[in-house]
Ligand binder design. Structure first.
Ligand SMILES: Nc1nc2c(ncn2[C@@H]2O[C@H](COP(=O)(O)OP(=O)(O)OP(=O)(O)O)[C@@H](O)[C@H]2O)c(=O)[nH]1
Ligand SMILES: [Mg+2]
Length: 300
């Protein structure tokens, strides 16, 4: 089964409209742009960015003197893919341990994503450790412990209610002692609007940095694709406070949208590291801009 099925199905109506326009070159004109705009808005790209893309597209098409709708559609898709394509720093390099901290609002899929990432890293032969710095939610430590067992990763935790920064500190020390390649740190979900909780994240980073200046190497923000444009507000606050280095978009299997990915990369210039397309171990994929655009807008 194609993992993008839902995304593709959801946009099938707008896509068939576009396809019918593209099928007859005589319809090329305002109607074409209006269909694209409608399609982008229903894909959750957002009004402002959609209008800006249409402007750029018109400019491009006029200056290239394109008169085939088919070609124009290809240029449109390439334009979206380019907006999604933020240059990535390499994901891994010495010194050990590589420390990835995972943050985001409640329930977006942080812990599950850590489990999937651990699985992927284990499959490539890495020594992985999971650090349970979500000491807040009941059951969070146990949930991560199960992922550690499933993926044969090392595991560090303290008791529920312990200081999250102290767990982060312990985890790094343990990772060093056990020659771990990658330490994945889980954190508690928190509303970006709660200042004291956001400050706690800053404290975790500070404690990590004081211990190991090169860490955390990555601070990944997990965003649920089904939340739509609110994801932009989340990203702004987390990025202002922590300096996010990568994005993970989850639950793309459960939405007809997905355009928020574009709004995020365009607005913040932060690369999308992975996408989540289900609840299982293997449901994490690398992000490919053109594949993603094709899932939203189809091959025609
Ligand atoms: N369909 C689908 N479900 C997902 C995906 N990623 C996570 N989930 C589900 O989303 C729910 C929440 O996942 P968690 O990993 O616990 O989310 P979290 O961000 O760690 O939550 P908190 O720690 O409570 O903030 C679980 O039921 C997961 O199985 C995904 O890509 N697709
Ligand atoms: Mg969690």
């Amino acid at each position: 089964m194609n993992l993008f099925t839902r995304l593709k199905e959801g946009l099938s109506k707008t896509r068939s409209q576009i396809t019918s326009i593209v099928g007859s070159d005589s319809n090329f004109g305002e109607e074409f742009y209006e269909s694209l705009e409608e399609a982008m808005i229903s894909a959750d790209i957002g009004l402002e960015l959609s209008l800006e893309i249409i402007d750029r597209l018109k400019f491009e098409i006029n200056s290239l003197k394109i008169d085939s709708v088919h070609e124009a559609y290809t240029i449109f898709k390439q334009m979206l893919a380019k907006d999604l394509d933020v240059i990535k720093m390499p994901e891994e390099f010495p010194p050990k341990p590589w420390v990835t901290m995972v943050v985001g609002v409640n329930g977006v899929g942080k812990t599950t994503t850590i489990g999937k990432m651990a699985h992927e890293l284990r499959q490539s032969g890495k020594k992985v450790m999971l650090g349970a710095a979500d000491t807040f939610r009941a059951g969070a430590i146990e949930q991560l412990r199960i992922w550690a067992q499933r993926t044969e990763s090392q595991f560090v935790s303290q008791h529920e209610g312990a200081d999250a920064a102290s767990v982060a500190f312990d985890s790094i020390e343990a990772a060093k002692a056990r020659d771990t390649d990658v330490l994945l740190l889980d954190t508690a979900g928190r509303l970006h609007t709660k200042v004291n909780l956001m400050n706690e994240l800053q404290k975790i980073v500070k404690v990590i940095r004081r211990n190991t200046p090169h860490a955390p190497n990555e601070i990944l923000l997990v965003v649920d694709a089904t939340t739509g444009q609110n994801a932009l507000k989340q990203a702004k606050v987390f990025n202002d406070i922590l300096g996010i280095t990568g994005l993970i978009i989850t639950k793309l299997d459960g939405t007809a949208k997905g355009g928020v990915a574009l709004a995020l990369t365009k607005t913040f210039g932060i690369p999308i590291r992975k996408i989540g397309v289900g609840e299982g171990l293997d449901d994490l994929q690398d992000f490919d801009p053109m594949d993603y655009v094709n899932a939203m807008f189809g091959d025609i």
